[in-house]
Each structure stands twice: as structure tokens, then as C-alpha cells.
Design a protein around this ligand. Sequence first.
Ligand SMILES: [Ca+2]
Ligand SMILES: [Ca+2]
Ligand SMILES: [Ca+2]
Length: 225
Amino acid sequence: MKKILLMLVSALFVLSFSGMLMAVDIAMEAEFAVIEEPMVIGVPVDAVDQGGAEPDEPSRGQFVWVPGPPATGGGGSGYVQFTVNIPTPGNYAVWGRVLAWDGNSDSFWVTWEPADPAENPQETENTEYRWGVAGGATWHWDKINQWLDGGTFERSWELPAGPTILTVFTREDATMLDCIFITDNLSDDEAEVGPRTPTDQDLQTTSVTPGDKLAVTWGSVRANK
Ligand SMILES: [Ca+2]
Ligand SMILES: [Ca+2]
Ligand SMILES: [Ca+2]
């Protein structure tokens, strides 16, 4: 009996230890998150309707964007918001699968609560939260950065375990977001990090959990608008 107990305890120890060493990665579809207009779900033909080049097929056929032509102007309202359940406290980075036609459709604002304050960068225009999206007319991965006036730096966020709120706000219309990949691998090397599109399993485990405390915090921010 003692021997069995000892085996159980050591098995649990090994399991929890390997759990600690296991890499954390979470893939989420943008079109399955909470979307605030004029950010909407798009399909490739919608881009043609706006006078842009037709994108290749996004993950699960859809992406989010504020529809607009590849031209100056537009943007500044709407967002997509992800409730991300962080399994282990630590530092995390986010990669977005994006498409950006030109210099007039290649940026977002990003905050991740509670590491970032409940701030609306569309109002404050705080460049700490400005994401300069890598250009390209086909879907590609771009690590979310901080595009300051003095230079562009890759971002990471120190987060507690539990539900967190990642918001990608429109800055320029026509900037497209297909899905996101969250990882505790902070490398800037895409090949090393290996961002991936969401699997069916990912979709089941990342469903929106309404009514949590952070969502309430966000609600109070929205009310201040
Ligand atoms: Ca534009
Ligand atoms: Ca731009
Ligand atoms: Ca997608």
C-alpha cells in the first residue's frame, strides 16, 4: 500500500513538473472573438469589393477588418477582443496572422489587460500600444510590436494565470487579422516559435467566457467613452 502511494505521489510530481516545463501556446481565430463594429468579419471577395487585391484563403475562410480601400483615411474605431485564459503566470508574446496591402492599411492598437491598463488607445493615441503591422498582400505572421515614434520594438506581457483580455483596436481601415498565436516563447524568430493556425481543439478550449471580472473592467472603460 505504501509502495503504491509512493508511486502515485512521484507520478503526480513528474506530471506537475513536466507541466511546468511544457511550452504554452494558444491559437485563436479572430472571427470567433468579440467584434465591435465597424470591425466586421470579412471573406476574401469583400476585399475585391473595396478595390483591393483578393487575399488568399484565410484560416477557416474568414478574417476581421474594417472594410476600406487601399487608400489614406479611414479607421480609428472598432475592435476585436479575445478572452485569453493564461494557464501559467509568465511572460507572453502574441503573433498575428495578418494582411496589409499598403502603408495606409498596416497598423492596429493593442492592449492586453491586466498587464496593460484599461486604456483605449484610439482615444489616447498612446504609441506604447501601437502595432506597426508588417506589410504584405498574402497572409503572414507578424509578432505584435510597439511602434514608438523613436523606433519599433517587439512586445511581451507579464501576466498572471486566469482570464485576461487582449484587444486589437482598428487604427487604419483595411488592415486584416485572420487569427492570433500566443506563446511563452519570446523569440523574434518565426521559425523557432512556429506560430500555427487554430485547430478544432483550439476552438473548443478558447471559447468566450462572458461575465468575468476583466470583462467588467473593460465595460467600465467603454462607458467612459
Ligand atoms: Ca486606410
Ligand atoms: Ca500606416
Ligand atoms: Ca480566420
